[in-house]
Unconditional design. Sequence first.
Length: 312
Amino acid sequence: MTVAGVGEFGLIDRVTARLTHGGSCLLGPGDDGAVVAAPDRRVVASTDVLVEGRHFRRDWSGAADVGHRAAAANLADIAAMGATPTALLVALCLPADLDTAWAEGLADGLGAEAATVGASVVGGDMSASPTLTIAVTALGDLGGRAPVVRSGARPGDVVALAGRTGWAAAGLTVLSRGFRTPRLLVEAYRRPEVPYAAGPHAARLGATAMIDISDGLLADLGHVAKASGVGVDVHRDAFEVPRQMRDAAQALGVDPYSWILAGGDDHALAATFPRSAALPAEWRPIGRVVEGEGVTVDGAAYDGPAGWDHFR
């Protein structure tokens, strides 16, 4: 059965019936607006969009995989502000001949990823479109803490990373070359493993700046450097190349560090901390904040790819 066959409101009924709601959702789908609890009296908001052919391909990822990715991209932004995600709003632009089972699988993935942090899909919109597009807005709660912004890094701070980088980029390269293995890398592209709890934890530890690594480690640290008016130096030896990534890189003729330093979509969190901060195991030091500007690797300009830019 297609989307056109069930109609807009029939599809809405099918999708919303699959969604569950966490404690922050006071009123979910069904009215002109949802009601979400905001105990802090401030709401962190972020939005992102996925376009078929640009951000995902249905022959590479299942509907639930795309749902997980769409939710993760937004939930990670909330965590990078030091906040706890509470709700997602989802706008879907769908081809009329799309199978309803695909839309339902997408809803399953969105809801499941949101549930990992206790958040809910609380509403959204639908429209017909020749291009499958998913726009997600995430909301979050700061829990009484100040937001951790990009502009707070200071020379002498430690740069640390929670999560992994390069895995999704390696999986994307594998898929783009027509392969489906190593499965570990392909699955990392399809469903990122995001350290959501590390964001609020970093805020409690006194992080001075933080960012979600969506476009590549060096590119995103460049945003922190620019906003803070500092330089960032990354230590290459802070990154160990996993065996599966090393073997895939050798087979494909790729420098694995181009994935690790410039690959996006893993949604790791990078933060800067005062030198005196005691970092838990989830945060590993990868560099330092220095006087100057821009991002360097081992004190020198990096001559590989810098990261993702939609218009280049």
